[in-house]
Write a protein that binds this ligand. Structure first.
Ligand code: BGC
Length: 718
């Protein structure tokens, strides 16, 4: 619905100016001011005129710089249409939260809303108007480097977190100057590349796509995300940026998305390499037809500028449609009234470091940590114990993770400092490099480990090994670290392994060698304090795995919500001795640690599960009362989880599907009853006609604190 202002502008704009709105470039075209085109722009032979018609910029931020660029641009743009600034604010602007997979592990949507809100406020002050987030791609293959940018393997968890993130970034609509527009990405199914290899083919049936991958994108659109980004991959045989069925039928018509569709970086240009377009013009035609409004960095749309005079009516209509959407977004952002919306150097600097920001950053980090193992209750540690803090991460302090270019590395709390602040006797040593053994460093580590009571081994992968273009074929810890850990284990002291990672890993060997394991992801600016706080019991761990941890890479993809098979293993814990079952001959079918798993220091038990309403109708949700006791001295949070299973369906149904979760605080020695409700609509599944519907019939509900240890009850849907 274009406004009078947008219509008036459209009437004055030349076709070349309209196409200009559809181009996005990096800020280096403008940074040097006064019509100076540098770097890649020069290589693309773009004229000064073209550059000053460009509608948006990516990857440039900082109030001072953005103001200068905007001022210079407005002085040159004929109709004074402001530039729009977009950037990847993925897990914080300069103060860095845990990576999104870690935010998934919080199982706390309120936390996600808050992190997005604070990040929006600071980045708005820093001149950013659109963030390329959240990434909501469902991920089940930890070989893929970008699993770190997702909240994990489950459609429901992803959908809830997506909604919270979009609402946090955008605030209550209409947008105010402290919020920014969210661009959900990558549409669609980018998280399912074959063999976990980056940019590889995705081949899902449309049924599967709709069942599991589509819901999180739909949740973003339902939450009114203002932009969508196309993915690099092929889906249903056609690259996303040229995929009319995906973009027109599903995104626009079915999901009712009226916002701006932007390509991923050079994705329009890559239609040529995919082999569906012969040249830039053909690629542009395909993308425009699919409804891609903005071409990010491929310069294919720019080639249309040159022949703007003789474009046919159909192409002109598509260009108009796209230009209107871009101008409408600028209007929603308030850029026509104030091209410098929200930009404020002082506020930017203040809020990056403010106590409020730091408190949210630290709480998010604390809630993201997952305790996988705690033999002999070795954790929490006592401050009187002497600690050997060992591992390559101690030296690198690489805790921010990928997508944190603006993150202040030098201001990131160090592990050494965090531990030394509270423990009387801490000795540190690297032991080895991430991927290389070092005899001297190893000798030093073993020597200090021998002297101390407890070994805290901070191991893992560097941030360069997760994120875009960071697929791995081996998801174990690197050999050098495993060897160091094996030597430390020979000392027969308690070993607490803290794992810094952007992905689920094969921790089978680590599990054998460690007394306790904490998965810390990339925990961000305050990550070191969060790790210390969880290890010494300042906080009881309350994160849960958002992704299954396999026993071996050979099990991948492995996820908790598997479909049934005609030849199931009767009991995965017992070898039946039978052949012809859905299993491996050399490995269990069970994961090492399942989805939703995470231990607590508190002894929290489910005392009673009582189904209050066991007949579900349109108006009557399933209602279950769960009585829970905290039998310990520890006040702690834990995540109550509710799964359902449809016994007979028109299509096969997963064995379990998460339909409810809540992070609850349990005071020490307390009891409370939580009411779990699940509406009929939430029980819907995709039928063979590709439509969603909820079947009448028998179902089960399963309640617990992870996806395996569950209490089961029956219910019926009418
Ligand atoms: C990534 C996107 C990102 C874009 C802009 C691409 O390479 O796939 O997720 O938003 O770059 O930085």
């Amino acid at each position: 619905m274009s406004t009078a202002r947008v219509n008036a502008l459209m009437n004055q704009m030349t076709t070349a100016e309209k196409i200009g709105q559809l181009l996005q470039m990096t800020g280096d075209a403008f940074q040097s001011g006064e019509s100076k085109i540098t770097g890649p722009m020069q290589d693309k032979h773009l004229s000064t005129e073209t550059v000053y018609a460009v509608g948006s910029v990516l990857g440039t931020s900082g109030a001072k710089q953005v103001k200068e660029i905007q001022k210079d641009y407005l002085a040159h743009n004929r109709l004074h249409i402001p530039l729009m600034f977009m950037a990847d604010v993925i897990h914080g602007y300069q103060t860095i939260y845990p990576i999104p997979l870690g935010l998934g592990a919080t199982f706390n949507p309120e936390m996600v809303r808050q992190t997005s809100e604070v990040a929006a406020r600071i980045s708005a002050a820093g001149g950013i108007q659109v963030t390329f987030a959240p990434m909501v791609d469902l991920v089940r293959d930890p070989r893929w480097g970008r699993v770190m940018e997702s909240t994990g393997e489950d459609p429901y968890l992803n959908s809830v977190m997506t909604q919270a993130s979009v609402e946090g970034f955008q605030g209550e609509l209409p947008l105010d100057k402290e919020h920014i527009a969210a661009c959900v990405k990558h549409f669609a199914a980018y998280g399912a590349p074959e063999a976990g290899r980056e940019y590889n083919t995705v081949d899902l049936s449309e049924w599967r796509f709709r069942e599991q991958y589509l819901p999180a994108y739909a949740a973003a659109i339902e939450a009114q995300a203002m932009l969508v980004m196309t993915s690099f991959n092929t889906l249903f045989g056609v690259p996303a940026s040229a995929n009319q069925h995906l973009m027109r039928d599903i995104l626009r018509d079915e999901l009712n998305f009226h916002g701006v569709l932007i390509s991923d970086w050079n994705a329009v240009g890559e239609l040529i390499r995919h082999g569906v377009a012969a040249n830039s013009e053909a690629a542009t035609a395909l993308a425009l037809k699919a409804g891609v409004d903005i071409d990010m960095m491929s310069f294919a749309y720019a080639s249309y500028l040159k022949k703007a005079a003789d474009l046919d009516d159909q192409t002109l209509a598509l260009i108009n449609e796209a230009a209107v959407r871009v101008l409408e977004l600028k209007e929603k952002l308030g850029l026509f009234d104030d091209p410098f919306r929200g930009m404020d150097e002082e506020k930017e600097l203040h809020d990056i470091h403010s106590d409020e920001t730091m408190a949210v950053v630290q709480q998010a980090a604390e809630e993201s940590l997952v305790l996988l193992k705690n033999d002999q209750q070795v954790l929490p540690l006592h401050h009187t114990q002497s600690i050997a803090l060992i591992g390559p991460v101690i030296a690198s302090n690489d805790l921010l993770g990928a997508w944190s270019w603006n993150g202040h590395r030098h201001e990131t709390e160090t592990l050494e400092h965090a531990f030394k602040a509270d423990f009387n006797d801490v000795k540190v040593a690297t032991g080895c490099d991430y991927r290389h053994a070092d005899a001297a460093a190893e000798a030093e580590a073993l020597a200090i480990a021998e002297q101390q009571d407890v070994i805290v081994a901070v191991l893992g992968l560097p941030s360069s090994e997760s994120g875009e273009a960071s697929s791995l074929a081996n998801i174990k810890l690197p050999q050098a670290q495993l060897e160091l850990l094996a030597k430390l284990a020979k000392l027969n002291k308690p070993i607490i392994s803290v794992i810094i990672t952007g992905r689920a890993m094969d921790l089978t060997r680590v599990n054998e060698l460690s007394t306790a394991i904490v998965v810390a992801w990339f925990p961000g600016t305050k990550g070191a304090i969060a790790i210390k706080n969880v290890l010494d019991g300042t906080v009881s761990p309350n994160g849960k795995l958002p992704m299954t941890f396999p026993r071996s890479v050979g099990q991948v993809p492995i996820y908790y919500n598997q479909y049934r098979t005609g030849r199931p293993v009767p009991d995965p814990y017992v070898d039946s001795g039978n052949g012809y079952e859905s299993k491996y001959m050399d490995c269990s079918t069970l994961p090492l640690y399942p989805f939703g798993f995470g231990l607590s220091y508190a002894d929290i038990t489910i005392e009673k599960v009582e189904v209050i309403h066991n007949v579900v109708t349109e108006t009557q949700p399933l209602t279950v009362n769960v009585t829970i006791k905290n039998n310990s001295d520890f006040a702690a949070k834990n995540v109550l989880q509710g799964y359902t299973h449809q016994l007979i369906g028109e299509t096969v149904r997963p064995m379990k599907e998460l339909k409810y979760f809540a992070k609850i605080t349990f005071p020490a020695h307390s009891e409370q009853t939580i009411t779990v409700t699940i509406a009929k609509e939430q029980l819907s599944s995709v039928h063979t006609n590709l439509k969603r519907a909820t079947d009448a019939g028998h179902y089960e509900v399963m309640i617990g604190f992870d996806s395996e240890k569950l209490i089961k009850c029956d219910f019926e849907v009418q």
